[in-house]
Design a binder for this molecule. Structure first.
Ligand code: ADP
Length: 428
């Protein structure tokens, strides 16, 4: 059977989050890292959905656009009839992009004139009401996302946020499909899409307060060549193709090897997870960006520290995770981008060293951080297994560094309960 759904995720944790929702709803899904070889048609894995994971969320706009277009082109050639551009459930972006420019480029690539946009993921407390994104009970702009090191989100009005990212010369406008319309069902949403199209709108932020809202939106978007969404909308897509939840879809090889966590996320959730791990007696080592900038070889230090401590029953933690004030102080000295790059480089070198030293189960916290680590580990493809917490599944990947392959969990900064790091390994 040929590919049904082609997905483009703007970071690697977002890719596994999306794949997780598709697998749970019955779609056989494979995540590939980067755009596969162009000159090799028919190379798509045998599955219902492929997620092409890019590291494009904070890349230069032109690079994000080029990679996303190439991914869409490849997915369509492999048979995908709809492209799902997966963005962050907190709409992580800056006034320059990359959600708007990539969405416009995908429209051009697909010849689409309208796309529904919704980052809602109610299972993870992301809801959209009257175009405004809520994180739990807070507006996005009041939530800890206002402190994100790379993409601080200071406006919760997604109609405004997306409009500001679009090219004024193209004249595309952003409208709203509000919760009352969504509650009425797919037919009403379809009518609203028709009306917005006639009025010259090219995008609509769609409200969604519940999984049922997302299922109605997925039904109403069935004929659109492009949807732009968090992972939530995916729960409604497999059923539309007659697919049902299937436990076999999430089966991975048995895990083995030592356990470790690498954390480069500075989100509130990850800060709580690091604190809980340390408070629970877990062995942990901090990586200091200022020392990195001064030329300190943190990777060598971390690996020398970790090697004698590696254990299959107790996870080790190496982290750069810090509170917002500390991150701000570092960024003032080094610049946000340079600080981020230094930390990503150090953590990805540590990931390689840990796997070479016998780690077979690795949790990585942070989207950008996961992207850097997965690339350094030479991973091309991920199989998606069972979910640890909403949005975070265990995955299995072949890597040149470990014959049996590696079990990996890529945790988006904001996801997971405070005991995530110990629970992921089945520890008390
Ligand atoms: P999240 O999923 O929470 O967004 P990311 O890994 O995507 O996490 O982004 C966090 C960014 O912050 C990364 O680029 C990381 O290298 C950087 N970073 C991590 N720790 C620090 C720190 N202590 N100071 C400054 N930047 C940091």
């Amino acid at each position: 059977m040929s590919l049904i759904l082609g997905c483009i995720a703007d970071d690697f944790t977002g890719g596994t989050d999306l794949a997780n929702n598709l697998v749970r709803a019955g779609m056989r899904t494979v995540q590939v890292i980067g755009v596969p070889d162009h000159d090799n048609p028919g190379a798509a894995p045998d599955c219902d959905a492929v997620v092409v994971a890019l590291k494009s969320r904070t890349a230069a706009v032109a690079e994000a656009v080029a990679q996303s277009r190439a991914a869409a082109h490849w997915l369509r050639r492999e048979g995908a009839t709809q492209i799902y551009f997966k963005v962050c459930s907190t709409f992580d972006s800056t006034p320059h992009g990359n959600i708007g420019p990539v969405a416009e480029a995908l429209m051009d690539e697909l010849g689409a004139d309208f796309a529904v946009v919704t980052p809602a993921f109610p299972e993870n407390a992301r809801t959209v009401f009257k175009g405004h994104l809520f994180v739990g009970d807070q507006l996005l702009s009041d939530s800890p996302m206002k402190h994100h090191p790379l993409t601080p989100m200071t406006d919760a009005n997604l109609v405004r946020v997306l409009q500001a990212q679009l090219d004024p010369a193209r004249g595309r406008r952003v409208g709203l499909i509000d919760y009352r319309c969504v509650a009425q069902g797919a037919a009403a949403i379809g009518q609203r899409i028709g009306a917005l199209r006639e009025q010259g709108f090219a995008f609509a932020i769609a409200d969604a307060l519940s999984d049922d809202d997302l299922r109605r939106l997925a039904d109403a978007s069935a004929a659109l060549p492009l949807v732009v969404a968090g992972s939530g909308l995916a729960i409604g897509i497999p059923a539309r193709h007659g697919l049902q939840p299937d436990a076999q879809a999430a089966k991975l090889p048995p895990p083995g090897g030592a356990a470790a966590v690498l954390s480069g996320s500075c989100s509130a959730a990850t800060n709580a997870q690091v604190a809980a791990f340390i408070a629970g007696g877990g062995e942990a080592l901090a990586v200091d960006p200022l020392r990195l900038a001064a030329g300190h070889d943190a990777a060598a230090e971390a690996l020398a520290w970790a090697r004698p401590r590696l254990d299959a029953r107790r996870a080790l933690l190496v982290y750069a995770t810090a509170a917002p004030e500390a991150v701000r102080a570092v960024q003032q000295q080094l610049g946000a981008e340079h600080a981020g790059a230094l930390v990503e480089q150090a953590l990805s070198r540590i990931a390689v060293g840990l796997v070479e030293a016998g780690v077979g189960r690795l949790v990585v916290a942070g989207g950008e951080t996961s992207g850097a680590c997965v690339q350094a580990l030479g991973i091309a493809q991920l199989r998606i297994g069972t979910q640890i917490d909403p949005g975070v599944p265990w995955c299995h990947a072949a890597t040149p560094l470990r014959r049996e392959g590696l079990h990996l969990a890529l945790k988006s900064g904001n996801f997971g309960g405070s005991d995530f790091f110990s629970r992921a390994f089945g520890l008390p």
